[in-house]
Ligand binder design. Structure first.
Ligand SMILES: [Cu+2]
Length: 275
C-alpha cells in the first residue's frame, strides 16, 4: 500500500493536535474540507475510496480482524493514522478532527450540506465506491446502500448516544479488556444512532465512506488516549504487542504512543463535553 512520504520509524516530528470538530477555526475547517475533497478526487491508493474500502466493502480487505477483539483500538488507531497521512499528503496542514458525541448532535461542519463558498460540503456526504456497491448488491443476502452517503441521526428505534456518564464509566475501567469492551459498545451505539434507518454509518460494509466516520473514530481514539494517560502501564496483553495490523505496516506496540505517531489531542484531560 501507499505509505506516503515519511516513515513512522522516523522519530520526533513535532506533535500536531487533533481538535474538536466544534472548536475548529474557519481556516482549519477549510483545510479539512480541501483535504477530504482532494483525496476524494484520487482513484488510487492515495485516495478516499481506497481508505474507506479497507474497512468493509469492497473486498478483499476488511476490518473483521478489528472488531470485538483486543485489536479494535490499535487497528483503528493505525487506520486513522494512515488516513490522516493521506489527507496531509494533499493538504499538509490538515489534521483529523474528533466528534464529541456526548453533546448529542452532529457537528455543524459535518451537518451542513454546503460549504460557505456554496459548494457541496465534502464532510457532509461522500460518493461510495461503485465496486463496493456492486459487491453489496451481489452478496447473499444483499447489503444495499445508496450511491452517496447519508445519515438519519437519532431516528426512532436507534439507541441514544453515549452520555458523559457512560464515557466516564468506560474510562474508569482498570484493565485493557474491560476498557476496550466498554468503549467498543459505546462506539457501536454511535454508528447506529448516526445511521438511523438507512444511513451508511449503521452498516460495517459502508460506514467508513461517511466522512463523519473518521471524526467518530477520532473520538474513540481520543478516549483511548485519555484512558492511557489515566492508567499508565495498563497495556494490551504482551502476547499481542508484536502482532501486525494488516494492511498497515504497524504492530500493536507501535500504536501505543500517539506522540510517537506525531499527534495528540488538544483537550487531553478535560472530561467535560464540548458544548
Ligand atoms: Cu466504528
Amino acid at each position: 500500500m501507499a505509505v506516503g512520504t515519511t516513515s513512522f520509524h522516523m522519530a520526533a516530528s513535532p506533535v500536531r493536535w487533533r481538535r474538536s470538530a466544534r472548536r475548529l477555526t474557519p481556516g482549519q475547517v477549510t483545510l479539512l474540507r480541501e483535504a477530504f475533497s482532494a483525496t476524494m478526487a484520487i482513484g488510487d491508493e492515495r485516495g478516499y475510496n481506497y481508505f474507506a474500502g479497507l474497512h468493509g466493502l469492497p473486498r478483499p480487505m476488511d476490518c473483521t480482524v478489528a472488531h470485538g477483539r483486543p485489536f479494535f483500538l490499535p487497528w483503528h488507531r493505525a487506520y486513522l493514522y494512515f488516513f490522516e497521512r493521506a489527507l496531509r499528503d494533499q493538504v499538509p496542514e490538515a489534521t483529523l478532527t474528533w466528534w464529541d458525541w456526548r453533546t448529542p448532535t452532529v457537528p455543524a461542519i459535518f451537518a451542513a450540506e454546503r460549504s460557505p463558498d456554496g459548494r457541496p460540503n465534502p464532510l457532509h456526504s461522500a460518493p461510495v465506491d461503485p465496486v463496493a456497491l456492486q459487491q453489496g448488491e451481489a452478496a447473499r443476502p444483499p447489503v444495499l446502500a445508496r450511491r452517496w452517503t447519508e445519515r438519519d441521526p437519532g431516528a426512532p428505534g436507534t439507541p441514544p448516544l453515549p452520555t458523559a456518564q457512560d464515557v466516564q464509566n468506560a474510562l474508569e475501567q482498570n484493565d485493557y479488556f474491560s476498557f476496550t469492551d466498554a468503549l467498543e459498545e459505546l462506539h457501536n451505539r454511535v454508528h447506529l444512532w448516526t445511521g438511523g434507518r438507512f444511513g451508511h454509518m449503521r452498516l460495517v460494509e459502508y460506514s467508513s465512506f461517511d466522512p463523519i466516520f473518521w471524526a467518530h473514530h477520532a473520538m474513540v481514539d481520543r478516549l483511548w488516549r485519555l484512558w492511557q494517560l489515566e492508567h499508565p502501564g495498563a497495556r494490551p496483553p504482551s502476547s499481542i504487542l508484536r502482532t501486525a495490523l494488516p494492511p498497515f505496516p504497524m504492530t500493536v506496540e507501535q500504536t501505543l504512543d500517539t506522540t510517537a505517531l506525531g499527534y495528540d489531542y488538544a483537550v487531553s484531560t478535560s472530561s467535560a463535553p464540548t458544548p
